[in-house]
Ligand binder design. Structure first.
Ligand SMILES: Cc1cc2nc3c(=O)[nH]c(=O)nc-3n(C[C@H](O)[C@H](O)[C@H](O)COP(=O)(O)O)c2cc1C
Length: 260
């Protein structure tokens, strides 16, 4: 198989990018990054891509774990695309370092701005802002597809002004924070016990107890449970009831189901 794209996505932005890039490359196998107990994840593809959302200026925990298990074919061309709402920090540098620790060279690393899904900082962005971000990302993907097809080496897109230690610090507190923030999730009276929050959780961290969701301690903070809830019953602390929910409009909940 020539191309394989691994993606992690909480609210569909990364999946939308992965699908679009696969189309532009001609074909690619799309493989989701989810909680797994496997010791090794092997790709035999000639070109291997990793697409993920930036969390706290770095990579989501699940993507760090994925890279620590990844094995690619000798000579494989490896590229990564992070996407973020406004500030990527040194996420791509972190990816490069994590891959280097596995003796995998990152041939090219890109950063794309996409709509924000981080509800604690505000609800879904206005339509005009959404359209602007998505169409800019789409034309950048066209360019990226050309680079990947040609197998070009590119230096990673990483803001020169953002020191790596800040990403390392923020990442550390994100990892700690997931343990704290997971206690803030709850379902209010609107909950219809449909179980979608259980199914879209990439880390199998939500279960229904007496028809209501309960959260365990293995949270990514991806907000899939909250953003995909069809009746907006999932809340994080006291901040979320009135905020406009977001998930990528071209992605259906069915495509996000990790736990079938
Ligand atoms: C826990 C969390 C942390 C985030 N941290 C950042 C950040 O540091 N910088 C940024 O620009 N966007 C940040 N975002 C926004 C997402 O990176 C962005 O909306 C992304 O496109 C979501 O991708 P997805 O729909 O595939 O999950 C964060 C989102 C979440 C849920």
């Amino acid at each position: 198989m020539p191309n394989e794209i691994f993606y992690f996505s909480g609210t569909g932005n990364s999946l939308a990018l992965a699908k679009s890039l696969a189309g532009k490359l001609g074909s690619a196998r799309l493989t989701r990054i989810a909680y797994t107990v496997e010791a090794e994840i092997v790709s035999t593809a000639e070109k291997v891509g990793i697409i993920y959302p930036v969390y706290a200026f770095g990579m989501p925990k699940i993507v760090m774990a994925f890279i620590s298990k990844l094995k690619v074919a000798p000579g494989a061309y490896v590229f990564a695309i992070c996407n973020y709402a406004g500030m990527s920090g040194a996420a791509m540098k972190q990816t490069q370092k994590a891959l280097a620790a596995k003796d995998i060279k990152l041939n090219a690393g890109f950063g794309l701005v996409m709509p924000s899904n981080y509800l604690p900082f505000g609800g879904a962005e206005p339509e005009e802002k959404f359209q602007k971000k998505v169409s800019r990302a789409e034309s950048r993907l066209e360019e990226i597809a050309g680079i990947v097809k040609a197998g070009e080496n590119r230096s990673i897109e990483n803001p020169w002004y953002f020191p790596y230690f800040l990403t390392a610090l923020a990442s550390k507190s994100y990892v700690k924070g997931t343990v704290k923030d997971v206690k803030k999730f709850h379902a209010d009276d609107k909950c219809i016990s449909c179980g979608l929050c259980v199914k879209v959780c990439p880390s199998a961290n939500v279960r229904l107890v007496d028809g209501k969701p309960q959260w365990g301690s293995n949270c990514e903070l991806c907000l899939a449970c909250l953003q995909w809830c069809p009746v907006h019953a999932v809340q994080i602390g006291r901040i979320s009831p009135d905020r406009k929910r977001y998930h990528h409009p071209d992605i259906k909940a069915d495509e996000m189901i990790y736990n079938k």
